[in-house]
Design a protein around this ligand. Structure first.
Ligand code: ZN
Ligand code: ZN
Length: 265
């Protein structure tokens, strides 16, 4: 299993850091966690094929996590889009199925309206565009808080990120288990407690909304083989300084991710 941190910035892009997007790669297929980065551009630039995407999981509907949803959903819409974007004459007639998981059904409805405003209208019941219903499933966590296919098993865990909450994703693949925290509450009280009692091969934790010294007792008690910080906010240099001064105190390797980093899990 491989994790790629496509975008590692916080609420806005910083020099050298796009907003939050990550890829979990297993058995030749890809799952995307959050669409804050220009993921369409990064896929094209890195030679990644859209037909390798099987699932997209949005942690919460902040722009830095969901802003490029219309691009990806539009680009997954079928052969013509793939031919146009990736110049692939051998693009499949019908894309492999993709499940896009959005926290709230209101977000799903708003996405469809926004795509209509962008003249990229999607009608899942339109008989003239049957590839939509065969290809993309838009589901909300209000309807179903888990996902499973032949490659991965995903469970959403509700957190208290202000103002409307967010979700962490507990993902099992290849007999391994990783946790993506998504954004958290400023007190860190909502950090998923399952990581304290059950083993994870890796935890990808946001590094913006809490004081690291307050979070450290919880983080260092996690039963994980490694910790990767993403979603990095450091306006005065103090948070990266704290990381450098304290990383060796953790009982497992701790990394501050950069855009494009790849982690073999
Ligand atoms: Zn964020
Ligand atoms: Zn947020």
């Amino acid at each position: 299993m491989k994790i790629v941190t496509l975008g590692t910035s916080h609420g806005v892009s910083e020099k050298g850091r796009y907003c939050s997007s990550g890829i979990l790669e297993t058995r030749g297929v890809r799952y995307i966690i959050d669409l804050g980065a220009p993921t369409d551009y990064l896929f094209t630039t890195n030679g990644l094929k859209y037909d390798s995407i099987r699932g997209i999981f949005i942690t919460h509907m902040h722009t830095d996590h969901a802003g490029t949803l219309p691009f990806l959903v539009g680009n997954l819409s079928g052969k013509s889009a793939i031919r146009y974007i990736q110049k692939r004459e051998n693009a499949p007639e019908i894309m492999p199925p993709v499940t896009v998981t959005i926290p709230e059904s209101a977000g799903r409805d708003a996405l469809l309206v926004w795509m209509k405003a962008l003249h990229s209208e999607v009608d899942f019941d339109d008989p003239e565009h049957p590839f939509w219903s065969k290809t993309v499933t838009l589901q909300s966590l209000e309807e179903c808080d888990h996902y499973e296919d032949e490659n991965i098993r995903v469970r959403a865990i509700r957190t208290e990120h202000e103002p409307a909450g967010s979700y962490a994703y507990d993902i099992c693949a290849e007999g391994k288990r990783v946790l993506f925290t998504g954004d958290l509450h400023h007190t860190f009280r909502d950090f998923p407690k399952v990581a304290l009692s059950e083993h994870f091969d890796a935890i990808v934790c946001e590094y913006t909304h809490y004081q690291p010294e307050a979070a450290m007792p919880i983080l260092e008690a996690c039963k994980t083989d490694r910790l990767i910080f993403n979603h990095i906010f450091d306006p005065d240099g103090s948070r990266i300084k704290w990381f450098e001064e304290n990383r060796e105190k953790f009982p497992f390797p701790v990394t501050l991710a950069n855009d494009g980093d790849e982690f073999e899990i």
